[in-house]
Write a protein that binds this ligand. Sequence first.
Ligand code: FAD
Length: 382
Amino acid sequence: MPQLKIIIAGAGLGGLAAAATLMKAGHQVEVYEQAPVLGEIGAGIQISANPMHVLRHIGAAERIAQVGVKPGGYVFRLHDTAEIIQQFSLSEEHERMHGAPYTQLHRADLHEILADCVRALNPDAIRLNKRATGFTETADGAELHFADGTSAKGDLLVGADGLKSVVRNQMFGDATATYTGDAAWRLLIPVERLPANFLEQVMSVFMGPRGHAVCYYLRSGKLLNFVGLIEADEISEESWTVRYPWENLKADFEGWHPIIQTIIDAADKDQCYRWSLFGRPPTMNWSTKRVTLLGDSVHPTLPYLAQGAAMAIEDGAVLMRALDMKSDIAEALQLYQRNRVERTAKIVTQSAANRELFHLPSQAAMRAAFAKRDEGDDRNKW
Ligand code: FAD
C-alpha cells in the first residue's frame, strides 16, 4: 500500500497508539480530539505483554518501564477474610513466556508517553478542540466533520472515539450502550497515608458476593490505585470525572476486610470517582470501504480482564499490517476486521464471564470455580 492520509477521530489510548503505529509505517496521520487539552484522568491501567509488543515497536517501552510498576503476581482473595484462594506469577515467568513485561501505570503517564511518540513523528499530528459530529464517505476517501464547522479529508477514516463513538453511530445507527449492572469506584491513595508494608507489590483482587476490588501500585510504588466494582441499581454518568459521596463508597464496601476499609478511610473524601459501566454485544462488521473503527468505539470491554486498552492498541497494529499487505483500502479494512472480530469478541465475552466468577454469591461457589479455573488455566495467555 502506498502512503495514505489517515484521519483518526479520538486521541485516547487507542487513537494515539494507532497514530504512532501507522505513522511509523510511513502513513500521514492526523488525530482529531474533542478535548481542548490532552490528558488522561487519574487512575491506573494494567498493560500486559500483548500490547507491550506494540508499545515497544513505537518506542514507548523504555519510558513505560521508567514510570511503571512490575507486579510480582496476581493474588485473588476473599473479600471479608482476605484469604488467598488463587495466585500466579506475573514477574520473570510472565516476561519469559510472552517476551514482554506486565506493567501497572498511571493512565496519564501512558497517555503522555503515547502523545510524545506521535509528536516525535509529527509535532502537528494531534489536533485538539475538534469534536467530530459526523463524516462523509466518497469513492476515494472520507471527510470528518467537526462542531466548529471545519472538516478534514483523508483516504481513510478511523473512528477511535470511544464508547459513545460518533463514527460508529453514523455507521450503524445510534444504538445506546447497555448498562452492565456494575459501577466502578476509583481512588488514588498516596502510600504515605497507609501503614508501612501495607499490601505487597502485586495485583490484589478481593472478591465478594456483589462486587470485587482491585488494588495495585503505580509510579514506583508511590500511589495505590483502588478500583471498587460493585453491582448497583443506581446509574451514574459514564465518565471518568464524576465524583460521588465518600459515604456511598463506604456503604458499598461495608463488611469487607480491614485492608479495604483502610484504603477507603485514607481517601480524600471529595476525590471519590464513580462511573457506571456500559457495554455492547460483540459485532461482526465494523468497516465500510473507507471507514473503520477501533477500541471502545466498537468493542467496549468490561475491565475484568484488564484488556480493553490492550485490544485497542492491538487493533492499530493489525490495521497497520493489513494496510501493508493489501493494495486496496477496502480489502485491507476487511482483512483487519477479519483478524480482530474473533479475538476481541472472545475478550468481551470472557471479561463478562469474569464478572460472574468474581461476584459469586458464596465462598463455596467461589472456591469451586477457582479450583476448576486452576485445571483449565487460561490466565497467562493474553
Ligand atoms: P477512549 O479511551 O474512550 O478514548 C476515546 C477518545 O476519543 C477520548 O479522548 C475522547 O475524548 C475522544 N472523543 C470522543 N468522542 C469524540 C468526538 N466526537 N470527536 C473527537 N474526539 C472524541 N484496559 C486495559 O487494557 N487495562 C486495564 O487495566 C484497564 N482498566 C480499566 C479500568 C476501568 C475502571 C475501566 C472503566 C476501563 C479499563 N480498561 C482497561 C479499558 C480501557 O480504559 C479502554 O478500553 C480504553 O481506554 C479504550 O481506549 P479508546 O482509545 O478506544 O477509547
